[in-house]
Structures are given as C-alpha cells and as structure tokens.
Write a protein that binds this ligand. Sequence first.
Ligand code: DQA
Length: 146
Amino acid sequence: MRFLFINGPNVNMARFTEPGVEGEIDYNALLDYLDVCCQQMGIEPDFFQSNHEGTLVDIIQQAYYEKVDAIIINPAAYTHTSIAIHDALKAVGIPTVEVHLSNISAREEFRENSYITPACVKTYIGFGFEGYEKAVKHLKKHYCKD
Ligand code: DQA
C-alpha cells in the first residue's frame, strides 16, 4: 500500500510544538514521525514538498500513473488560491485527505476558503502532526483493502 504525502510552500520551514514533546520540532522530525506511523500500519510512504504550484500538479498527476493508493496533502498557501491543484486531485481520482497543521478557521479571513476541500474525502485542521496520522488512519480504514 503506497501513500503519498504532499506538502506545499514553506511547510519545510515550519517549526511545530507538539503536546508532550519538549521544544520545537522541524519538518524532518515530522517526516520521521510519519515514516514510523506508516511502517507500523504496513504503509509505504513517499514524501514530497514543493514551493511551486505547477510542480505540485505534476506530482499529483504522477501519482496516478504510479498507482499510488492515497494522498495526504497540505497545500499550504495554495489551499486558498489554487484551482489547478483542485482540478488535478479531481482528475486523478485518488482518495485524498487535506491536512492543515494550524486551525485555519481561527486565523485571518483570507484563510477561510479552501479550494482543495471539495476535491478531498476529508479534511483535518488544527491537529498539528497528528492531523497527518489521522489522515493515514482514515484513508487506510475507508479506502484501502489489505
Ligand atoms: C497551513 C495553513 C495555510 O493557511 C498556510 O498558508 C500554510 C500552512 C497549515 O498547515 O496550517 O502555509 O496549510
């Protein structure tokens, strides 16, 4: 079972704090954490990050040809602007969960709209790292046969 994690602009620069973990955690720690979660669930993860909208569209299309089973995407700022990413997700038809580390509904007004939500089977916002883990569990349970 292959799951693709896609992170958009600046997520690689993010610093997180997580309950129960002292100090700040960086993007590489997020990937290590997700790698362990996936291995425990029998999932082969691929991780991809780009700051470029077209590159994100390319990787979504590539997932179709490589028969990826599910996508977990945090499109970052493109969430609020990108019809192209919405269309790519619709075009490939791979079950996708949208994740946001922060609670976008409690931030600036311009973050309230997501063009990505209608192309996804579920959205997790404001759970930090755990949002990605919840996404994996949801996709495995509802969209993948063992
Ligand atoms: C984000 C929320 C977006 O609004 C923002 O532009 C990001 C990160 C999040 O994970 O909370 O870059 O997607």
